[in-house]
Design a binder for this molecule. Structure first.
Ligand SMILES: Nc1ncnc2c1ncn2[C@@H]1O[C@H](COP(=O)(O)OP(=O)(O)OP(=O)(O)O)[C@@H](O)[C@H]1O
Ligand SMILES: [Mg+2]
Length: 467
């Protein structure tokens, strides 16, 4: 049995009725947690309603001064989520009908039967609980739809989000550029979700992932028999995204022929399915992303300048994470929460040293790398505290570990170092090259795996914070 905790107002000039109702609530276990207020006339009731939110109000009809109908009328207008019940001597009378018209939930005839009252109150509360539950679920759903939430409070991201909110309601074409993992896709989705197009499709196509020969049919669709294998008429992404938005991800990878066709789609606002002659009007908002500098691509002749101008109506440049490190704490907090929920573990906390360490790192893979790092640390840390040790795989603060085997510069590698340091750094360099495969690294270095392990232990003892 659920014990209901509700706020109730009893309005009656007759003390006997007030006591009867109040006693009913205090003595019925299911409702004994309810809080009861009393008013002896309509004015007092209205004054109390103005001050406090009630879940349920019982009101007598005839009282000195204003009638109970005034209370019902007031509640119906001012607090429609509150239920009212009219207490009347004459069931089914004119007043009862009026009360219902003013929004009363029910009327109950005096003398009031306890059974009837119990059933009525339970029915009202269960209905209220259902409504509240429904509102909560709807809100959760709404939050989910607005999801993916763009996390971060840095000045750069705040300005970007202001721009996103400003352009979302328009139909402008948007070009989002930024390094890989900076959140281009999440921003594109936020634009769609915040736009009036949100109830229609958000369709993504990754121009880099689909073979060139297939992109055109993916985008524009095809008629039956348009080419071998076209066994039935198929809609393309542009049609599927009609009234919604299309995300042309990594647009720089689109070949020049298709770029010309895309330009036509943008200009004419129509598409032609492969194998058809008839253009189809479409109303699709285009959002494009690129992690390459399109101006460079234009210079190289791999991207059409006219298409660039058409796409670049509202440019959004996402700075790399290293240039907006203020976003790191909130992102870490969020990713950690998410990782723990997914792992089904209790919420873990991150030490301030570990957070400082994450703040000092440059995150070449941007937010995606940070997210992966937090996930990895959550999995590998059994303890509830995530420390700097949990991030040893990040190779932070060890110059040698930052060495990129591709552009290794021996001078800066050896310069000013002791023999011990050179050996240590060579070991880290080799480990990086072998992607941390200790057996392979030992082979390359011409030592046994045990020697390598011992040396690594020694470095760890000397500088535990970096492991
Ligand atoms: N501000 C942010 N708040 C929360 N999550 C973010 C944020 N920015 C990026 N992410 C998350 O980081 C990951 C990478 O983001 P996204 O895929 O949008 O990057 P991208 O710029 O499109 O990368 P790529 O160029 O590699 O496609 C995703 O899991 C995304 O949800
Ligand atoms: Mg992307």
């Amino acid at each position: 049995m659920i014990i209901m905790k509700k706020k109730i107002l009893i309005v009656d000039d007759e003390p006997l009725i007030r006591d009867y109702l109040a006693t009913f609530f205090t003595t019925t276990r299911e409702f004994s947690n309810c809080r009861i207020d009393i008013a002896v006339n309509a004015d007092e009731a209205i004054a109390k309603i103005k001050e406090k939110n009630f879940d349920l109000i019982f009101t007598d009809l005839k009282m000195p001064g204003k009638s109970g109908l005034e209370v019902i009328k007031f509640v119906g207008k001012q607090c429609p989520e509150t239920d009212t019940v009219l207490l009347t001597a004459f069931s089914g009378g004119d007043s009862a009908r009026k009360a219902m018209a003013y929004g009363a939930y029910e009327y109950i005839a005096k003398p009031i039967s306890v059974d009837e009252l119990e059933m009525l109150v339970r029915r009202i509360f269960e209905r209220q609980n259902l409504i509240q539950e429904n509102i909560k679920l709807q809100q959760q759903l709404k939050d989910k739809i607005i999801y993916p939430k763009v996390i971060g409070k840095s000045k750069a991201l705040t300005e970007i989000m202001d721009l996103v909110k400003m352009v979302a309601p328009t139909n402008s074409t948007i070009l989002i550029t930024g390094e890989s993992g900076t959140g281009k896709e999440i921003i594109a989705e936020a634009i769609h979700r915040l736009s009036p197009r949100t109830d229609h499709n958000f369709v993504k196509i990754n121009c880099a992932a689909i073979p060139e020969s297939l992109i055109e049919s993916e985008l524009f669709g095809f008629e039956k028999g348009a080419f071998t294998g076209a066994i039935k008429k198929t809609r393309g992404k542009f049609e599927i995204a009609d009234k919604g938005s299309i995300l042309l991800d990594e647009i720089s990878e689109m070949d020049l022929d298709l770029q010309a066709k895309l330009l036509r789609v943008i200009q004419e606002k129509e598409i032609i399915r492969i194998g058809s002659e008839t253009p189809l009007k479409i109303n699709t908002r285009i959002i494009a992303t690129s992690n390459r500098d399109l101006a460079e691509e234009i210079k190289k002749g791999t991207f059409r300048e006219d298409l660039f101008f058409r796409l670049n109506i509202v440019p959004i440049l996402l700075p790399p994470l290293r240039n907006r490190k203020d976003d790191i704490p909130a992102l870490v907090e969020n990713f950690l929460k998410k990782a723990c929920i997914e792992l089904g573990t209790k919420k873990k906390i991150i030490t301030s040293e570990a957070l400082n360490l994450l703040m000092s790192y440059d995150w070449p893979g941007n937010i995606r790398e940070l997210q992966n790092a937090i996930e990895r640390a959550s999995i590998t840390t059994i303890d509830s505290k995530i420390t700097t040790k949990s991030f040893s795989f990040l190779n932070i603060n060890q110059d040698s570990r930052k060495i990129n085997p591709e552009n290794f510069n021996p001078e800066s590698f050896f310069d000013g170092k002791t023999l011990f340091e050179v050996e240590r750094d060579l070991i880290f360099y080799t480990l990086k090259k072998t992607e941390n495969n200790k057996t392979d690294a030992a082979k390359i270095l011409g030592v046994t795996a045990r020697t390598l392990r011992n040396k690594l232990h020694l470095y760890e003892e000397q500088n535990p914070e970096e492991f």
